[in-house]
Design a protein around this ligand. Structure first.
Ligand code: CO
Length: 658
């Protein structure tokens, strides 16, 4: 590209001559940025201070919505996702908004019926959305038909995504080769796409694959090509540059504080790298710096605790080794950790490509990454030498039935047969477009939620998230008190926490707290050993769960202490103190235990019901996948202590069958 660089002294000012073919930039900080780095916990109030400044940069679009924001906002932030759109629109008036739409999955985790899909897109457009970046986890564009019809009807920009995935270390092989991608791009153009996006969610696109890929796409379609390449593996800045040389039209980046790790490359180095070339962005780097200053000083301190700083490296080379999204890998690690099975991670890495192959070599992106990931963990933990796929998730059954669409290669026939045994919709998989077999759902949702959904926006939220959506609507309309955990933290809170941390490091941790209950005469003291440290734990039994108060002893390290562990009598007390864990009463019968931590979606059977071995008793959501837990024997259901929406830990007694 040396012939394209002006060899005159470079002018940094915003008034420098415009490039012939500037690279357009979409900013992702306010959606994918905080989704990737801070578990999507960014609050609207923390976007407002920079909103007007970001509107002045000259971005092609700003991504503000979609992906996991809808779910996270109502579930963890007690924020109405629709309101964010309307609020930001008041500050960002010039720059179009972009959202990530999971096609027929909308912003949830399964295919929804057409009536809900039409309503969602229409309301999103009405609330201020401009660019609908649409993807389907299987790249099955039949799943685009409904939403695209509505996007076009609303006069909005339809950006069609091709999920970039590999089965080999680099582009090529039997399934995901150059022809695959050019063919997909042509289908998108034929469907009326206004632009095509290569969605490289795992950061797998290597620079010297990006060049021929973008070149080939530019040859087969006329519409602009947009590149979305996560940084995770460390390749994306190089990939951006080669894509730009190959003529890519639009690149996705983040503002520096939201950049790198599993997020995206930062915009500022790209602006500087292209300065004075024929692809110069034309951006004023000083404006970007001013925005960064606000993010760094006023906003990010509130989110720093969410940053995964367990590793020094900002690059995940496991992505290069396993061709798997970084987010999926960290989910797997978390899931194993919660189940005390982190030692099985290598088995999981080995099992994962097998499960993916059995399931038709599907791309790994929400929700298929969770589907493959959770099933892989289930196999590693529950399979026996003579039985594979012992515990098949509901979503794998749906996939085998065809409810997600057509897989790149056929699903393993034996697995498909096993998964569909007794499947409620039928044991014969479908070949039509999934939504064709889905009954309309808005009216049914309205009947369930009643007047708690005041308008269509409420109803759409509830229809996609029945359990957490209902909880949110109860908070929203003052029917129940939102828990402390959903409240925003302030810079003041951060300061206080930092002070406590400082004191802790200096060994002055214990402070008298006013709201501590007075100790009764029943207090019992236990020594609890964790690795080489021991804690003096006082247990004061109350009517409900025991109250624990922990005080580190003066000498924390006791490597020479007698080989004592937690006294047997202390163990059950410590366990029952875990959140939301009712103490286990004496059991008479066979217990159904939660095989993993998760949230109760619903009990299919009630107290006193007669059940047969194998009947579904309860549906448990773990890692966003639904698992049907079945009766281990015949008998009567008893001892149900949880309700829909409750969180349970591994080993919780879900019911007793006697
Ligand atoms: Co992304």
């Amino acid at each position: 590209m040396s012939d394209q660089v002006k060899m005159t002294p470079l002018d940094y000012s915003a008034e420098r001559p415009a490039a012939k073919n500037p690279v357009k930039i979409m900013d992702l900080s306010l959606r994918d940025g905080h989704q990737s780095l801070f578990a999507t916990r960014g609050r609207t109030e923390d976007m407002i201070p920079v909103a007007e400044m970001m509107d002045e940069v000259g971005f092609w679009a700003i991504e503000t919505w979609g992906g996991a924001t809808f779910d996270t906002m109502h579930r963890f932030l007690n924020e109405d996702p629709w309101e964010r759109l309307r609020t930001l629109k008041r500050y960002i008036k010039k720059t179009p908004f972009s959202m990530l739409l999971r096609a027929q999955n909308l912003v949830g985790y399964r295919n929804y019926a057409d009536d809900l899909a039409y309503a969602f897109v229409e309301r999103a457009a009405e609330n201020g959305m401009d660019v609908f970046r649409t993807f389907d986890a299987l790249n099955d564009y039949r799943n685009f038909e409904t939403v695209v019809e509505q996007i076009k009807k609303c006069g909005k920009h339809f950006q069609g995504c091709i999920c970039y995935t590999l089965t080999e270390p680099r582009l090529g092989g039997e399934v995901y080769n150059l022809e695959y991608y050019t063919d997909r791009a042509k289908s998108l153009e034929d469907m009326g796409a206004d632009s095509v996006c290569i969605k490289d969610m795992a950061g797998l696109l290597a620079p010297y694959d990006a060049y021929p890929l973008i070149k080939a796409l530019k040859e087969v379609v006329k519409i602009p090509i947009h590149l979305h390449s996560h940084f995770t593996s460390g390749m994306s800045p190089m990939t951006h540059l080669k894509a730009i040389e190959a003529g890519v039209d639009i690149i996705d980046t983040c503002m520096t504080p939201y950049a790198y790790r599993t997020s995206h490359a930062a915009v500022e180095p790209l602006v500087m790298a292209l300065l004075g070339t024929n692809r110069d962005t034309g951006f004023d780097i000083k404006k970007l710096a001013a925005i960064n200053e606000i993010f760094e000083k006023e906003i990010l301190p509130k989110y720093k605790h969410l940053l995964d700083d367990s590793k020094v490296s900002i690059i995940d080379i496991n992505v290069l080794l396993h061709q798997t999204p970084g987010g999926m890998l960290s989910n797997l690690v978390n899931q194993l950790r919660e189940m005390d099975a982190l030692d099985k991670i290598d088995e999981v890495y080995k099992e994962l490509p097998k499960v993916r192959k059995d399931l038709g070599q599907i791309p790994l992106v929400t929700p298929t990454s969770q589907i493959v990931g959770v099933q892989t963990v289930n196999n590693v933990l529950h399979d026996t030498p003579d039985e594979r796929y012992k515990m098949i998730t509901g979503q794998v059954k749906d996939l085998c039935y065809g409810l997600y669409g057509k897989t790149a290669v056929p699903i393993d026939a034996e697995l498909q047969k096993k998964a569909l045994k007794g499947y409620p919709r039928g044991e014969e998989p479908i070949t039509c477009k999934p939504a064709d077999v889905l009954e309309p759902e808005l009216e049914k949702a309205k009947a369930e939620i009643g007047d708690l959904a005041v308008d269509l926006d409420d109803l759409i939220l509830y229809a996609q998230f029945p359990v957490t959506g209902k909880k949110f609507l109860e908070w929203k309309y003052g029917k129940s008190e939102p828990p402390e955990s959903v409240k925003a933290i302030t810079l003041d809170d951060v300061k206080k926490k930092d002070e406590i941390l400082k004191k802790a490091k200096e060994g002055k941790l214990i402070e008298a707290k006013g709201d501590e209950p007075a100790k009764s005469g029943n207090v019992r003291t236990f020594n609890v050993f964790v690795d080489n440290e021991y804690y003096n734990v006082e247990v004061d039994p109350t009517g409900d769960a025991p109250v624990l108060s922990v005080a580190p002893p003066a000498a924390a390290v006791v490597s020479s202490a007698p080989a004592a562990t937690v006294p047997a009598s202390a163990a059950p007390a410590a366990q029952t103190a875990a959140p939301s864990e009712p103490s286990s009463a004496p059991v008479d019968g066979t217990v159904l235990l939660a095989p993993m931590p998760g949230m109760i979606i619903k009990y299919e059977r009630a107290e006193g019901d007669q059940v047969k071995s194998g009947d579904t008793i309860v549906v448990l959501e773990a890692m966003k996948m639904e698992n049907s837990l079945t009766a281990p024997c015949d008998g009567t259901v008893q001892g149900i202590k949880f309700a829909s929406g409750d969180t349970v830990s591994k080993g919780a007694v879900l019911c007793i069958i006697s």
